[in-house]
Design a binder for this molecule. Structure first.
Ligand code: GUN
Length: 285
């Protein structure tokens, strides 16, 4: 039977540490602030944005949410980003993705000041992650690394397989595992004989966005299985990319969905906002 990696528990512990640091900054007269922008009515995005704002309250940070209508123009959105770039109350800017089709994610992200890019999506921050010398953590992959560390799972020398090559998760996850001295393979939709590759993994991270995609026969006995997926089944239940029922009996550790990686992502966002605030405060002096 696998040990369950409890993301809620680890997230609560991490948030307490962040809240303590926020408190210290506030006593010095500096309050970290996050601005979250959402365009349109995507229900899942609305939930994420609400949770980000709640997390700010929980750790004592200031936050602003800009809920813009679906028909917002690129110029209007860019104006807001530019204004927030120079707003001293705001240390972090997050534009919730996906944006409506008429807006270009890349164009908007490119205009966020790299010092306030708490998602670490700007090319400057992506480049820094590639080099292993970075201030902002890629939130979800960093959350995975914190979970591994918390449970004493050493990455060094391990066969790490990442399923999915998105810019938000798969690619930065591969980099972080590599920086931790894992031997990393990235799989994707064109990978030939995926199961043959996933069965090699000591640590398997799955971020492919397909419900219950990884089944027990695709996993090595004793593997650590990290499920980044968040899908809604036809019956309305949340499920990950890993078929928990068949994989759990083979794994040594496994993250549940919900309650595994999910809570860590927003916690890492809080950590990045704190980092941005500390840097901005030091610049003032
Ligand atoms: N949409 C889904 N995940 C994320 C995320 O981590 N950041 C932003 N900005 N949008 C997202």
């Amino acid at each position: 039977m696998a040990k369950i990696i409890d993301g809620k528990l680890v997230s609560t512990e991490e948030r307490k540490k962040i809240a303590c640091e926020v408190d210290k900054l506030k006593k010095d007269g500096y309050t970290p602030g996050l601005a979250v922008i959402i365009v349109g009515e995507d229900p899942a995005s609305k939930v994420y944005v609400r949770n980000k704002s709640k997390a700010c309250d929980e750790v004592g940070m200031y936050s602003e949410v800009y809920a813009l209508p679906e028909n917002t123009t690129e110029d209007e959105l860019l104006d807001l980003v530019h204004r927030l770039n120079t707003d001293d109350k705001i240390n972090g800017i997050l534009v919730q993705l996906p944006l409506p089709k008429h807006l270009s994610d890349e164009k908007i992200i490119a205009e966020i000041s790299p010092e306030k890019d708490v998602d670490a999506f700007h090319t400057i921050n992506v480049g820094k992650i590639m080099l292993g010398d970075y201030d902002f953590l890629p939130c979800t992959p960093a959350g995975v690394m914190v979970l591994l560390e918390h449970y004493g799972i050493n990455v060094s020398g391990k066969e790490c397989v990442v399923v999915g090559r998105s810019n938000i998760v798969g690619k930065p996850q591969a980099m972080l595992l590599l920086h931790a001295n894992g031997t990393v393979t990235v799989c994707h939709s064109r990978t030939k004989d995926l199961a043959e590759v996933t069965r090699r993994a000591d640590i398997l991270v799955v971020a492919i966005g397909k419900a219950d995609f990884i089944t027990g026969d695709m996993v090595k006995e004793g593997a650590v299985v990290i499920d980044v997926g968040m899908n809604r089944r036809e019956d309305g239940k949340l499920t990950g990319d890993v078929d928990f029922e068949t994989v759990e009996p083979k794994a040594s550790y496994i993250t549940p969905v919900p309650g595994g990686v999910g809570p860590m992502t927003i916690t890492m966002l809080m950590k990045n906002t704190l980092t941005a605030a500390k840097r901005a405060k030091n610049k003032q002096c």
